[in-house]
Design a protein around this ligand. Structure first.
Ligand SMILES: *Cc1c(COP(=O)(O)O)cnc(C)c1O
Length: 359
C-alpha cells in the first residue's frame, strides 16, 4: 500500500540519545533545554531573528490572531487545510473568502480590495503547497488599508522568497511541524515574527500568560511543546538537506514521466525557491480526477484530494461564492511523495495514471 505521505523517521539511536538526556534530567516540558536548542537551531537554519516553538500549527494561527488583537472580519483563502478557516471562527472572527488565482492556487490579490469591509482587520493567507503568495501585492493592499497580515506557512519549511525564508514575511507567519509535513516534530508548529513586541506577547500567550509563578500578563493558552517533541525535531533537522534534495529529485522524476498526462500544476513564482513539499496535479474535470483516483486506489495507491472541499463550503461559515477554488478543489490530487518512496513505486503510479487516461 502506498499512501500520499509517510512521516520521516530519523536514525533511531540518535533519537534515543536525546531521550536518554531527558530521562537523566527529568525535565519533560515547560521550555526545557531541548526546546531551547531546537528553537536556536531552527532560527539559525532558517535565518530568522525570532521563532517560538508551539504545540502545533493550529494553535500557532490562533496565537497569531490573539497577539494581533484581531476583531471583526478577516480576508482569507478558501483553498487551504481546514485549520486556516476553523482558527478564524474559533477565535470569534468571521472569514471573508477571496477566490484564488488559478495558476498558483494562492489567494488572488487583485480580488482582495473589493472584499474589504468596514470591520476587516487582517488578511490570513496560505502559501499553498509551499508556493509563496504574491507577498508584495498583498503587503501593498494591507498597508493601504491598514490591515495586518498573517501567513499560514504550514507547507513552507525550506521555502525561500527573494532569497530569504518565506517565514519572515507578514506581521506573523505560522507553520506546522506535524508528522505529515516535510520537517516534523511529531506534533508541533511555530510562530515567527520580526516584531519584538509581538514576540513578547506570543511568548506570554504560549504559557498561560505566566509572568513568573504568581503573576499573569493577559489571557493565555497552553501552546507549549515538550522535550520529547523537540528531540524528534533535533534529530530530523540534521537530515533536512537530504530530505529537501530527495523531494526535489522525486518531483523532477514525476515531471519527467508525466508529460503526456493532461494536467496542470501550480506555477511557482520567479521570486521563490520552492521546497517540493507536495506534488499536486490538476485534471481537466472532476470526472477524470475521480477516475484517476479510483484507478490508483484499485492498485492500493492512495493519493489525497488536497484540498477538497473548498473551505467556502464549510457549513459553519456564511456561504460565499469562490468558483475558481471550488473548481480546482474538485479536480486536484496530491500524488504520493515521501522520503522512502522508491523509483519503482513512482514508476507504478505513473503507469497507472497514463493507462487510466487512455481508457
Ligand atoms: C497542517 C496544516 C495546518 C495545521 O497544522 P497542525 O500542526 O496539524 O495543527 C494548518 N494549515 C495548513 C495549511 C496545514 O497544512
Amino acid at each position: 500500500m502506498i499512501l500520499v505521505t509517510k512521516p520521516y523517521l530519523p536514525d533511531k539511536s540518535k533519537y534515543i540519545r536525546y531521550i536518554d538526556q531527558i530521562f537523566e534530567r527529568n525535565w519533560l516540558t515547560n521550555n526545557g533545554p531541548l526546546v531551547n536548542e531546537l528553537e536556536l537551531k531552527l532560527k539559525e537554519y532558517l535565518g530568522l531573528k525570532h521563532l517560538l516553538y508551539t504545540s502545533n500549527g493550529t494553535i500557532a494561527i490562533q496565537m497569531a490572531i490573539k497577539a494581533l488583537d484581531l476583531k471583526g472580519t478577516i480576508i482569507t483563502t478558501p483553498f487551504s487545510y481546514v485549520a486556516t478557516t476553523s482558527s478564524i471562527v474559533w477565535e470569534g472572527l468571521k472569514p471573508i473568502f477571496v477566490d484564488i488565482d488559478e495558476s498558483t492556487c494562492n489567494i488572488d490579490p487583485s480580488k482582495i480590495e473589493a472584499s474589504i469591509q468596514d470591520d476587516t482587520c487582517a488578511i490570513l493567507a496560505t502559501h499553498c503547497f509551499g508556493n509563496p503568495c504574491d507577498i508584495d501585492a498583498i503587503q501593498k493592499i494591507a498597508s493601504k488599508h491598514d490591515l495586518k497580515v498573517i501567513y499560514d506557512a504550514a507547507h513552507c519549511f525550506g521555502t525561500k522568497y527573494k532569497g530569504r525564508s518565506v517565514f519572515e514575511f507578514g506581521d506573523i507567519s505560522t507553520t506546522s511541524f506535524h508528522a505529515t509535513k516535510l520537517f516534523h516534530t511529531v506534533e508541533g508548529g511555530a510562530v515567527i515574527t520580526k516584531a519584538p513586541d509581538l514576540l513578547k506577547r506570543m511568548a506570554y500567550l504560549r504559557n498561560f500568560g505566566h509572568d513568573g509563578p504568581e503573576k499573569f500578563n493577559g489571557v493565555g493558552v497552553n501552546g507549549k511543546n515538550s522535550e520529547f517533541h523537540a528531540a524528534m525535531g533535533l534529530a530530523n533537522l540534521d537530515d533536512i538537506e537530504e530530505i529537501l534534495l530527495r523531494r526535489r529529485q522525486q518531483c523532477d522524476y514525476y515531471d519527467s514521466k508525466l508529460g503526456k498526462l493532461k494536467i496542470a500544476k501550480p506555477i511557482i513564482g520567479d521570486s521563490a525557491e520552492f521546497n517540493f513539499a507536495y506534488y499536486p496535479i490538476i485534471f481537466e474535470s472532476e470526472e477524470i480526477c475521480i477516475k484517476m483516483k479510483d484507478g490508483l486506489e484499485d492498485r492500493r495507491v492512495f493519493p489525497r484530494r488536497y484540498f477538497y472541499p473548498s473551505l467556502s463550503s464549510l457549513d459553519y461559515v456564511e456561504h460565499q461564492t469562490t468558483p475558481i477554488s471550488d473548481s480546482i478543489a474538485s479536480r486536484i490530487l496530491c500524488l504520493p511523495l515521501y522520503h522512502t518512496l522508491s523509483k519503482e513505486e513512482q514508476d507504478m503510479i505513473i503507469r497507472i495514471l497514463l493507462r487510466t487516461q487512455n481508457y
